[in-house]
Design a protein around this ligand. Structure first.
Ligand SMILES: Cc1ncc(COP(=O)(O)O)c(C=O)c1O
Length: 232
């Protein structure tokens, strides 16, 4: 999509590019870390101080207390968190429900995992989730529902009320919930709500995020997944 957008001089609604550079204090911290010789292999799940910082941020945002070693996994951007989640938790033939339009990597990694994609289209003007359609799309083969809130490219945010309805479907049907929250800090008109913070949902939710959009440093590809130990 990005190559085509460059070729045709089109507005690129594929990836969420920021159009200004990241803040000096973040860049200086990275330069300092390199100078301090923090340049060797990390643990597979992440550098302990960073996992702890992610857990502290999640606690501030949701009130949930995480074990940074067992419930936080650092990835190469949210995109790797998405890929790892699909490949780790989706088996061939599992159905996964997506809401279109969606970030293009979902379909790619779900295809690699052999999932059957069930797509529900969100329509203007408010891009509301058609609850009846969602209810009838859930089957005994549904393994997961994936959302992105705040949403690229519409800016739609899932309200607590809508998330509660979807949560009840997940709990009743034993369906996992994957949530891509890379734009959570770019919410200006209402509060961002994490599905993991709704009653009963932490145990079946994978929350995926990254620092790219928040700090306007999309090339750094520093992301993570948060999930209970049995999903991690
Ligand atoms: C909804 C959504 N999720 C994830 C990403 C990618 O995040 P990362 O750069 O951390 O892999 C993007 C990038 O545009 C996006 O729009």
């Amino acid at each position: 999509m990005s190559s085509l957008a460059i070729k045709h001089g089109a507005i690129n609604l594929g990836g969420g590019f920021t159009n200004f550079d990241g803040p000096e204090f973040v860049k200086e911290a990275a330069i300092q870390a390199i100078r301090d010789a923090k340049n060797q292999y990390a643990l597979v799940c992440g550098v302990p101080e960073f996992n702890s910082a992610i857990a502290a941020r999640f606690k501030k945002d949701t009130g949930l207390v995480l074990d940074p070693d067992k419930e936080v996994t650092v990835t190469s951007g949210c995109t790797e968190a998405i890929a790892a989640t699909m490949l780790g938790l989706i088996n061939p033939g599992d159905e996964v429900i997506l809401f279109a339009p969606f970030y293009d990597s979902y379909e790619a990694t779900l295809s690699v995992a052999g999932a059957k994609i069930k797509c529900i289209t969100l329509r203007p003007p408010d891009f509301a989730v058609p609850i009846d359609e969602l209810k009838s799309t859930i089957s005994k083969n549904t393994r997961a529902i994936l959302i992105n809130t705040p949403h690229n490219p519409t800016g739609k945010m899932f309200t607590r009320e809508k998330l509660s309805t979807i949560a009840s479907f997940c709990i009743d049907n034993d369906v996992l919930f994957f949530t891509d929250e890379v734009y959570d800090k770019l919410a200006f008109e209402m509060d961002h709500i994490s599905m993991a913070s709704l009653p009963g949902m932490y145990e079946q939710t994978v929350t995926m995020n990254s620092l790219g959009k928040t700090f306007s440093l999309t090339g750094w590809k520093i992301g993570w997944a948060i999930a209970p130990p049995h999903l991690t």
